[in-house]
Design a protein around this ligand. Structure first.
Ligand code: ADP
Ligand code: MG
Ligand code: ZN
Length: 480
């Protein structure tokens, strides 16, 4: 049977505030220093009271503004009650029906890895709310230890509408989300440090539901996913598991599952709890928060999606645009080149995103350190004026990475200037014609594309220094 996956994500993003959400303890990643940043509040001592962190509120609002969400005039705190050894109070302070961010949308592109083509994607957000993180449990030697450093750290939980339809789309979306929160400066979003974690909700529509646009009457939630790759796998796993059940005529159970990264599968944890089970109620120790327009952050940095569209409108391809957006140091370098000479856009973009990145990856150096903006313009100009070839450009970058020579010195020392002088080119052209009589016959009988072969012979003979365009022109003239 054909099924249509429906996916909704819940993403926990840890805000990079100086202190925790409701106490003055440092919000610091200190895995080797357990229980360093703790106080009576974040270890759940009776009588300790919360004090709201303004920085966390402003960072959540910044996120909301960046995704075009509604920021309500008032927002409220709720207790979400459950028992677990990492939660000393027996409840988490969260937000239930009055979150700080309502709605919003994130646009991105989905790359088809096989064809290299990109299609635009867009995911609507339901909400984003603030909540405090739990502590971390460490299991060792048959014992369990609790590290409260993370207890009370500020999280925004971002919830999407069930509008995602494949693992590839989900992965592209969370990549964009990571880029966005980093650009906004609100989170380091380092997944290795648990600063961005995913839960995925998955169900499968049958043909009928798909046509009618109705959601299945069940869904599973897979928790504890810590990387983009695992998110893709967890979704794929769930799609195939549910397909098998549905093929057998069994409705998958509505449940919470836990992702086991090492086993590459998920395991049922419990039947899905309802909001009722958490017995949410308004947090009595915190006031309703009144949000004052005039206090809201207004100076957002340029968003990745906006920057990407700007590159596209300059004529860059999406691959190049994405590279510049994903690597801000290169985006900056590109901008500096444009300030010197805005005419060489595509040549410069190609130079940075293909030649320079290629060499930087091979040599394991930071790409922005190989050529400065002035040097990039110099190389791009030489290329645009047809003084050096494509291979010449590549050669300069390769040499420059371990050389303190100027671009000009490299060009001279390595004989990279293309020969455009007809007198010097004519000999190569004559040789190519004389040495390939059968190809010349073909050309004359109308198979004009064989000229490419002759140009290739000229390039080879001139050791890449001849100008291919001029070779082609001279060949045509002589063969006319
Ligand atoms: P809860 O708080 O119990 O997890 P929510 O109503 O907040 O439940 O929904 C959580 C997530 O489940 C959202 O991301 C939503 O898009 C997703 N979701 C809802 N219905 C479905 C469905 N039928 N299939 C897949 N995802 C769904
Ligand atoms: Mg949930
Ligand atoms: Zn504390």
């Amino acid at each position: 049977m054909t099924y249509y996956p429906v996916i909704g994500l819940e993403i926990h993003v840890q805000l990079n505030t100086k202190t925790k959400l409701f106490c003055h303890c440092l919000n610091e990643y200190a895995p080797n220093d357990p229980n360093k940043n703790i106080c009576p509040f974040c270890t759940g001592q009776p009588g300790a009271l919360p004090v709201l962190n303004k920085e966390a509120v402003l960072k959540a609002i910044t996120f909301g503004k960046a995704v075009g969400a509604t920021i309500p005039k008032q927002t409220r705190w709720d207790r979400k009650n459950y028992f677990y050894p990492d939660l000393p109070t027996g409840y988490q302070i969260s937000q239930y029906d009055n979150p700080i961010v309502e709605g919003g949308q994130i646009d991105f592109y989905i790359e088809d890895k096989k064809s290299g083509e990109f299609t635009p994607g867009s995911v609507e957000l339901t909400r984003a709310h603030l909540e405090s993180d739990a502590a971390k449990l460490l299991h060792s030697n048959g014992k369990t230890y609790v590290d409260f450093n993370r207890s009370g750290a500020p999280l925004v939980e971002i919830v999407t509408e069930p509008v995602i339809h494949s693992s590839v789309e989900a992965m592209a979306f969370v990549n964009e989300l990571q880029l966005l929160v980093r650009r906004l400066g609100i989170s380091d979003a380092d997944m290795d440090k648990g600063q961005m974690r995913f839960d995925c909700n998955v169900s499968l529509q049958n043909e009928e539901q798909h046509t009618a646009g109705t959601l299945p009457d069940y869904r599973t939630e897979t928790k504890n996913i810590n990387s983009v790759r695992s998110l893709g796998r967890a979704i794929e796993y769930e799609i195939s598991r549910q397909s098998k059940l549905l093929d057998e005529g069994t409705r998958p159970t509505q449940e919470t599952r836990g992702w086991k990264d090492d086993l590459n599968r998920s395991e049922s944890q419990r039947s899905k709890e309802d909001a009722m089970d958490y017995r949410y109620f308004p947090e009595p120790d915190l006031q309703i928060l009144e949000i004052d327009e005039s206090n809201m952050p207004t100076d957002l940095p340029k968003l990745p999606s906006v920057e990407r569209e700007e590159y596209l409108s300059l004529g860059l391809n999406l691959q190049a645009a994405n590279t510049l957006v994903n690597q801000p140091a290169l985006g900056k370098l590109f901008a500096s080149t444009q300030a010197i000479n805005p005419k060489l856009t595509k040549t410069v973009a190609n130079l940075i995103t293909s030649n320079i990145i290629g060499v930087a990856t091979k040599k394991e150096v930071a790409p922005e350190t190989i050529l400065n903006a002035q040097e990039i313009i110099e190389v791009a100009s030489l290329f645009a004026e047809e003084k050096i070839s494509n291979q010449g450009v590549a050669k300069i970058v390769e040499i420059k990475v371990d050389s303190s020579d100027t671009v000009e010195q490299i060009v001279v020392k390595n004989n990279l200037l293309q020969v455009t002088d007809d007198g010097a080119l004519a000999g190569f052209v004559d040789d190519a014609i004389n040495n390939n009589p059968s190809v010349v016959e073909e050309y004359k009988s109308g198979k004009v594309q064989v000229i490419g072969f002759l140009v290739g012979q000229c390039m080879k003979a001139s050791k890449g220094q001849g100008n291919p365009k001029r070779f082609s022109e001279l060949l045509r003239e002589k063969l006319a």
